[in-house]
Unconditional design. Structure first.
Length: 255
């Protein structure tokens, strides 16, 4: 018995196409092309700069960074990467995978999404995060604009960080967040931050800092032993400044 569907298809292709059918067929082909191009545009792209030092993820989904780091084909590449830029979703496992970037000095997470306060804890003393593997290499960091709303406790404690960019939307800088960051000189605390935790910047190399008008609480020793700190402008709305042992009295001015 002959298959009816085969006969039907045979008759279709044997039937001449009139103008209207040709027009509809052309529209269908164009629609398929547009859909295909659009789908390709959404595919995650991990691009490496020509010198092999900057890795950029665009439109990534959670797990993409980790997969790239664990791919044996990328083993030699990641040893030379000094800068990482992530645009798209990340997970805690993606953050943990950054330990593979043994030469990483600059980390741009400003366009990363899906991360929590805990995920951006780099110091591993309490959480095991990143196990301090980046402690001596990471010098510049841009924190996510969406997701976290605090710089967590012990975030970069003891790191060789020099430049920190905290975007608007953060409300607190946690205890010990930048404790003993002896190379941290450039600091901008954005509007919205209401509290600076205990020892947050103790022993940092900060030379000057302007605190946001939103600030309400400066906890104990937040800027203690900052030997290079020449001036701190305290906003008038600050409700509490706890004891600052080791901080130069003249460095705190009420404006």
């Amino acid at each position: 018995m002959q298959c009816n569907c085969l006969k039907y298809n045979y008759l279709i292709f044997r039937t001449p196409l009139n103008v209207e059918m040709r027009k509809n067929l052309l529209l269908l082909i164009m629609f398929c092309l547009v859909a295909t191009i659009g789908a390709k545009a959404e595919v995650t792209s991990a691009g490496l700069s020509t010198d092999g030092k900057t890795l950029t993820f665009t439109k990534c989904t959670a797990g993409d960074v980790e997969s790239y780091m664990k791919d044996a084909a990328n083993a030699d590449k990641i040893k030379n990467i000094t800068s990482l830029v992530v645009n798209g979703a990340m997970s805690n496992s993606d953050m943990q995978a950054l330990v593979n970037l043994t030469a990483l000095s600059s980390l741009d997470l400003s366009a990363a999404t899906g991360l929590t306060n805990t995920d951006i804890t780099f110091n591993g003393e309490k959480t095991g995060n990143l196990q301090n593997k980046l402690q001596n290499t990471l010098t510049t960091i841009k924190f996510p604009k969406t997701g976290p709303n605090e710089i967590p406790e012990d975030c970069l404690k003891g790191y060789s960080i020099k430049n920190v960019l905290i975007p608007n939307g953060y409300t607190k800088i946690g205890k010990n967040a930048f404790l003993n960051c002896k190379f941290l000189q450039i600091l901008n605390i954005p509007e919205g931050v209401e509290e600076i935790g205990e020892y947050a910047f103790q022993d940092a190399a900060i030379q000057s800092v302007r605190l946001p008008n939103s600030l309400k609480y400066i906890r104990s020793y937040a800027f203690a032993n900052c030997a290079n700190l020449s001036s701190v402008t305290i906003p008038k709305y600050v409700e509490s400044i706890e004891k600052e042992k080791g901080t130069k009295k003249e460095a705190i001015e009420n404006k």
